[in-house]
Write a protein that binds this ligand. Sequence first.
Ligand code: SAH
Length: 355
Amino acid sequence: MPVITLEQINLMDLSLEETEQLVDRLGEPRYRAKQIFKWVHQKGVSDFAGMTDLPLGLREKLQAVSSVGLLAISARQQASDGTVKYLFNLTDGDAVESVFLPHDYGNSVCISSQAGCRMGCRFCASTIGGLVRNLTAGEMYAQVMGIAADTGQKIGSVVIMGSGEPMENLSQVLKFISLVTSPHGLNIGSRHITVSTCGVVPGIKQLAREKLQITLSVSLHAPNDEIRDRIMPINKKYPVKVLIEACREYISMTKRRVTFEYALIDNLNDSRENAIELGRLLKGMLCHVNLIPLNHVRERDFRRSRPARVRSFKDTLDRMGVPATVRKEMGADIDAACGQLRRRAAREQVMSGRR
Ligand code: SAH
């Protein structure tokens, strides 16, 4: 178990066991940890004075060594369909994006796992400025709590599909999952959590060994190496065959259906031949394909496929018996693509001379 040092601890980063260690070191009875954990991870209270069932002495001790790392909202865009995109300020100056997605079947939150990203996918805005740093589990948690507080809505599911590559920050992502599924926290079921990767094979294998009941989502976007190499640098390291093999291993170890994300890009990966090749690649696998018309990113040349091409791509997969859906587009009238709001904020800062 990691040792807690008593210097400005972010209570949102601590598991229940770590909160117990802290309480021990403060010379307080252990049962206090659960109360503290609930204030922080269930109620999102950051002001120690509001933790009314804790004795004053303990509140003062906590105040001296720790804080609750909620994140301030620096920008907010609401789409006509109810989708809300947030930019949260990190304490060291950068910012991360998160999205609230209301659905009939429950609300979902999409969070970032890193500030920036180093994976270099050619169609993605998050990676343009490179990686700034990994987020801590508490910083991921704070995005969910911030959105819950701002919307006043119950959050039913979490997708780790915002900026960043979760497999490059897996220990904190796993810790976040354990915090968010804790019955003393938000108590979100594992089956309502999705982790999305661009295809970092060792991470997929490590995650498989955890045998969690979460959904693994793999950003495939191409049926072969020739196309995938052109849009996703990670493919040079872990080509399509190796990636699909890792997904098969994941499925056999967890018995969970894998989702493949496929952004349809005009004239690049959206032909009938591409659909047939994808169908052959995935046929018989316990999987589902999410077809997403590409979101145009200002800094990139790629265009989304025309609606007729999207429909016929899906029809081809249907005929081959590979389950596929065209993802309902949400937030179309705001900066919906990954990393666009953060890019806009950076541009506006440059324009106003603040950076
Ligand atoms: N690094 C992880 C998670 C973050 S990206 C991953 O690659 O999966 C989340 C998803 O958005 C990925 O499927 C990514 O490929 C996709 N994406 C990024 N930019 C996009 C764009 N402009 N249009 C559509 N999807 C995009």
